[in-house]
Write a protein that binds this ligand. Structure first.
Ligand code: NDP
Length: 290
């Protein structure tokens, strides 16, 4: 069996066209969605992600504000920036690019972002609402993966989903979203013993560990759907995921590539969340002011 490729780039382009047209309609009603991205320090990978997010939001017709702060910025100065953005009516989404320098308390910064503008879905209020199934902003990478599975026609109910990785931004919310759609969910992490006994049971395998080509054909059941979240470099410096794509594809029924799988969907969900925030704020504004 050679698994079909789930083309995240193509799916994401289609969704971005819809986001652009919804954004245009909102602009006609006098409200332009605005996304602010805060970058602290000069981490090269973070700068690339931030640049992509800025380009994508501008291409969707949104206002985009990039705030760059030096790595030695104080926590208070960063919190003041967040506070200013919370109060800025032209900004509907705020994203503070992680990781932050060690002297800054990441969770204090995340909690300072207004839950109504938390388009990354990291604020505890949004995380809590997501877990109990209430409307909230959902972390972009897991939200993007759910959309990929839907667009690819992958059935979830009753399936065994195995998640590798338990980070707050990918692994944990991923499992909760699959559980809400009636999957049976297993979480694996660095302390999991006999990892392969779990991964080989997976109908849907999600790899989010950050280890280049870690998942090989031996880890995978025949016919599994394999989603690769990892963004790594291989021994030749080439971008690759957590999955050894060529060998695993021979066993999988469907698989996402890296690049061109989960990555573009993450940015697309950020735009979708920003549009959602703007739509909610602007509807309130329009209904109050005619
Ligand atoms: P973290 O480093 O925060 O978490 C990694 C998780 O993987 C941890 O839970 C860790 O376990 C687990 N883990 C590490 N090694 C192993 C192993 N050998 N076996 C089983 N579990 C293991 O990473 P993130 O969740 O932030 O990101 C994961 C990957 O996804 C990275 O490559 C990142 O670059 C990529 N990423 C891609 C995005 C995209 O848009 N495509 C967006 C976000 C991330 P433990 O908890 O025990 O330490």
């Amino acid at each position: 069996m050679t698994g079909r490729i789930i083309d995240g780039k193509a799916i994401s382009e289609q969704i971005r066209r819809q986001i652009k047209s919804d954004t245009d309609r909102l602009i006609e009603r006098g409200c332009r969605p605005g996304l602010a991205v805060v970058l602290v320090g000069d981490n090269q990978a973070s700068r690339t992600y931030v640049t992509n997010k800025k380009k994508a939001s501008l291409a969707a017709g949104m206002k985009s504000e990039l705030i760059e702060l030096p790595s030695e910025v104080s926590q208070q100065a960063l919190l003041n920036t967040v506070d200013r953005l919370n109060r800025d009516p032209s900004i509907h989404g705020i994203l503070v690019q992680l990781p932050l320098p060690p002297h800054i308390d990441e969770s204090a910064v995340i909690q300072a972002i207004s839950p109504k503008k938390d388009v990354d879905g990291f604020h505890p209020e949004n995380v809590g609402k997501m877990i109990i199934g209430q409307d909230s902003f959902i972390s972009c990478t897991p939200a993007g993966i759910m959309e990929l599975l839907k667009q690819a026609g992958v059935g979830i109910a009753g399936k065994h989903a195995v998640i590798l990785g338990r980070s707050n931004i990918v692994g944990k919310p991923m499992g909760q979203l699959l559980l809400q759609q009636d999957a049976t969910v297993t979480y694996c992490h660095s302390k999991t013993e006999n990892l392969e006994t779990f991964t080989r049971q997976a109908d849907i395998l999600i790899a989010a560990i950050g280890q280049a080509k870690f998942i090989t054909a031996d880890h995978v059941k025949q016919g599994a759907v394999v989603i690769d979240v990892g963004m790594n470099r291989d021994e030749h410096g080439k971008r690759c995921g957590d999955v050894d794509f060529d060998s695993v594809r021979e066993k999988a029924s469907a698989i996402t590539p890296v690049p061109g799988g989960v990555g573009p969907m993450t940015v697309t969900m950020l735009l979708k969340n920003t549009l959602k925030s703007a739509t909610q704020t602007c509807s309130n504004y329009i209904s109050t002011n005619g």
